[in-house]
Design a binder for this molecule. Structure first.
Ligand code: GLA
Length: 386
């Protein structure tokens, strides 16, 4: 992200004058395992990456917010008290964060900001959470004297998605972006919100992402549909077991009891989630024991569940997963919300070159484009750069 810092500062002075603002950064994330479990009260296992968003921001003594997106070459303005906010969807992420901070008592005033990112858009690496966390962290620092604690900053990003973007996401992405720590993955219990840092430095293995470069136009409505499916099943189970609030509280027996009361689609979603809850815990134990073969096996199981039961994969991602299997890669699966984006692959060092070469060739010959390759470097969370 340091590379883009200079661009951001150049653009800032070109657009907003020579008086310097403060520079902040927030990362995108990977997730080793625990997909679509966050809004079901389950466990996730993300980490921040070394790619994200960098913004230079300066208060401008007015009520106007002036934003410049360097990547989109687009300027957007809104009044901080405006009830409706800007139309441009990228600016709505920042508008939402401002409104949510104000609702929590931070006296956000007008500011000028230029920002850019090196986390790929729509690749399942949470570029939108990186924007939300960057501005939540920065504005809390600039206007709130850091009165809002870190967990609440993540919730501000999540509330922005719900209320201003229309995606009913869980807390994983914003949490990972705010709490990331170099060299560590974080296991978060999305029910109790307890979390634990796990050092992640697998000897003899690499984590690599292959970006299918597929973007699903209807990803947000399909995402909301999956969440609804899970909630439908919970409501049926809760009618028999009043203590059950999310699928986290449900088990195989309870699911079986309502099998005939829910659609096949909803049943399959719940089946995937209950299985995934168990897989995350198995992966944590395996990691502690240095057993990467088990970690990898569970990743493949997750892919199968996401593809066949949760139905958030696509032919391109399934193909990348098949290639990984054929090459003898230890673990591989679709990462993030799905419907496009990346696979995450746990690869033995000695297989890495051959795998990447084969994946590029085969994917190109079937889809006429190469997957993009990102080596995972687990980095720090939201911070002030200068
Ligand atoms: C998206 C959402 C997250 C999470 C993942 C799937 O990234 O923003 O909250 O649900 O999908 O695990």
């Amino acid at each position: 992200m340091n590379l883009i810092k200079k661009d951001v500062q150049d653009y800032f002075s070109e657009n907003f004058g020579n008086e310097r603002g403060s520079v902040y950064a927030s990362p995108g994330r990977i997730n080793l395992i625990g997909e679509h479990t966050d809004y079901n009260g389950g466990f996730v296992f993300p980490g921040a990456v070394d790619k994200g968003i960098v913004a230079e921001i300066k208060a401008n003594s007015s009520d106007k917010v002036r934003l410049y997106s360097i990547d989109l070459r687009d300027l957007s303005e809104f009044d901080i008290n405006d009830e409706n906010g800007p139309r441009a969807s990228w600016a709505r992420y920042i508008y939402g964060v401002c409104r949510e901070l104000i609702a929590r008592g931070v006296k956000v005033k007008g500011f000028d900001a230029a920002f850019a990112g090196d986390v790929p858009l729509g690749a399942g690496m949470s570029s939108s959470a990186a924007i939300e966390s960057c501005f939540a962290f920065a504005l809390n620092d600039m206007f709130g004297d850091n009165m809002i604690e870190k967990f609440e900053l993540a919730k501000i990003g999540q509330a922005t998605e719900h209320k201003y973007i229309g995606v009913n996401c869980g807390i994983m992405d914003q949490f990972a972006s705010v709490f990331g720590k170099k060299g560590h993955l974080i296991r978060l219990d999305c029910r109790s919100l307890e979390y634990e840092y796990f050092p992640f430095n697998p000897q003899g293995y690499k984590l690599v992402l292959l970006n299918s470069c597929v973007k699903h136009e209807l990803a947000s409505s399909a995402y909301n549909d999956r969440r609804r499916s899970c909630e439908n099943v919970v409501s049926k189970i809760a009618a028999k077991h009043p203590g059950v609030e999310t699928l986290r509280d449900a088990d195989w027996k309870m699911l079986d009891e309502v099998k005939n009361e829910v659609s096949q689609e909803d049943y399959n979603c719940a089946k995937y989630v209950i299985g995934e809850k168990e897989r995350v815990l198995a992966v944590c134990d395996a990691l502690k024991a240095g057993d990467y073969e088990t970690v990898g096996k569970k990743m493949y199981e997750t892919h199968n569940g996401l593809s066949n039961d949760y139905k958030v994969s696509c032919p391109e991602l399934d193909y990348l997963n098949d290639i990984a299997k054929e090459c003898g890669v230890t673990g591989s699966r679709v990462m993030g919300g799905g419907f496009g984006g990346c696979t995450i692959n746990l690869v033995k060092d000695e297989l890495y070159d051959e795998f990447v070469k084969t994946a590029k060739e085969k994917y190109k010959s079937r889809y006429n484009k190469e997957p993009l390759v990102y080596d995972v470097v687990v980095g720090d969370g939201s911070r002030k750069l200068s």
